[in-house]
Ligand binder design. Sequence first.
Ligand code: AMP
Length: 211
Amino acid sequence: MNIILLGAPGAGKGTQATKISERYRLPHISTGDIFRANIKNGTEIGLLAKSYIDKGELVPDEVTCAIVKDRLTWEDAKDGCLLDGFPRNLFQAAELDKFAKIDAVVNINIDFSLLMDRLCGRRVCKECGESYHVSTLNGATVCSRCGGELYQRKDDNPETVKSRLEVYNEQTAPLIDYYTKRGIILNFTGSEAPADVLFAEIAAVLDKKIG
Ligand code: AMP
């Protein structure tokens, strides 16, 4: 079973992805995480990706699609995977159709007015990727789950967030229609409620689909 997780930046895709991937034993494939790992390791792809990510723009389709196409050939993805942050435009969706069959798209809708504060206040664990909001940390600088150091993503600043949200509206949101027409979209609404509340809703629907 191949599942796509769709939603604006800050909608809670990463948090839900971790939970979905654990419950249904699907490898979590996040193109954003792959790019950040490449940046950290100073690879050629990382260097290229950084120039786009820092501006809140999309990394070129050819590079992104090639990475995902290769990643899907790994042994752990042979029975399916959870794609987080890919596809991000219609071109990528059409490319994906050439090398994978998508069974379900979990779409998280969210009120845009929540996103600027969520993203600019986000702190992420360097080790396990868990995210927090600065307002709930009470000054803590390490992850309560694994003790890893918390950091602020470079693209979580007001100017870059603005571009990322524009890119979402212009390029990614049309995917909702694309997958709705295909009859495989599952719609959910994100909110300020704890992530477990949304996950319970998602799991109730996916349990029926996946069994
Ligand atoms: P994310 O971690 O999903 O918020 O992604 C962070 C950044 O990585 C995005 O703002 C893009 O610059 C880049 N990125 C992630 N996924 C893609 C994709 N599918 N296509 C192009 N760029 C991407």
